[in-house]
Design a protein. Structure first.
Ligand SMILES: [Zn+2]
Length: 106
């Protein structure tokens, strides 16, 4: 199963049309758990085969638009406001940060 996860992840990461992907997609496609998928993805990150980014979503559950995308979690700002719904965030809550994986050259 790990082999299949790797294969799918590398295909998506190196795709010219796909910007990147979430672990949920691979977990669904390979019928594995998100945890198991993330473990393999983290291995690929450690090997330098793919890159992991942190995507910050708007904290308004009816909006959830992307507010920021950074390589390192420390690069997130301390405050955000959403241009779409007007939500003001005085702190970043971890549950609104998602892992987003992409190719090493993207
Ligand atoms: Zn919003």
């Amino acid at each position: 199963m790990q082999h299949l996860i790797r294969e799918k992840a590398l295909k998506l990461a190196n795709s010219k049309v796909v910007k990147g992907f979430y672990p949920t997609l691979i977990a669904m496609q390979t019928k594995t758990t998100i945890q198991e998928t993330e473990e393999v993805l983290e291995q690929l990150v450690a090997e330098g085969e793919i890159k992991r980014k942190h995507q910050l979503l708007c904290h308004n559950d009816n909006c959830l638009r992307q507010l920021d995308m950074v390589n390192n979690i420390e690069d997130l700002k301390s405050e955000y406001s959403c241009d779409f719904c007007g939500e003001e965030m005085e702190e970043v809550l971890p549950e609104y940060i998602r892992h987003f994986y992409t190719g090493k050259d993207k």
